[in-house]
Design a protein around this ligand. Sequence first.
Ligand code: GLY
Length: 269
Amino acid sequence: MQSTDIRTRFLNFFKERAHAVVPSSSLIPSDPSVLLTTAGMQQFKPYFTGEADAIRDFGSRSAASVQKSFRTSDIDEVGDERHLTFFEMLGNFSFGGYFKREAITFAYEFITREMGLPISYVTIFKGREDIGVPRDTESEQIWNSLGVTDVREEGIADVFWGPTGSAGPCGPTTEIYCQNAAGQDIEVWNVVFNQFFYAGTREELLAGATGKKLEPLATPGVDTGMGLERLAMVAQKTRTIFETDLFASTIALLPSTMPERDKRIIADH
Ligand code: GLY
């Protein structure tokens, strides 16, 4: 399946499920707490904090987008089989509407039925008492009810999203792993349950900064992020994202004598 078809399928899948399709926002965000747009949720932050109203702006409590994103945090890993600085993020969002059951069921149906891909395993948050977030047993039960039994627990570094920038929405996540042609299990989709607001950075949250704690979010909801390039790798049965139709033609222009990693870094640029 070509990457253009994946984008269209994703947006149509969520449009058919009452999501407003919202264009990608600029890579230069209106959020002054970050330099570049790092995720699909960036343009939607005000809808979670209660500063903006999704019904008024989109006519729906749910939205879907294909967001151009840039992450300097992954820059040293570019050139391996799956990391990029610039990528496109497929995302569906709920602002005070659906929550865990619907979000997990949508993700399961899109991956297994719409894309016809097997799920290797999923992850859930194992909980952390000191910040007051319990183990995500509810998500585990929902996955089990859908027939996904390989559910692995992970900690705050891996399966607790956000906040982005100097403050913002955050919450536990559940991730979906699928296999690429090299037999590696690749994280393709991160389904975030935004339940909290943290008035500090992610680094402060991870360090347990004194005087700062998770507060209930004004408009709890769902924020998902799935890398188009990683999904294309799995769907097109390639060993790396650089062999997908998104990069193959650029790589083919480069001299065959050039080291593989250099070619991939140029293609990312
Ligand atoms: N906001 C979810 C993600 O970027 O993975």
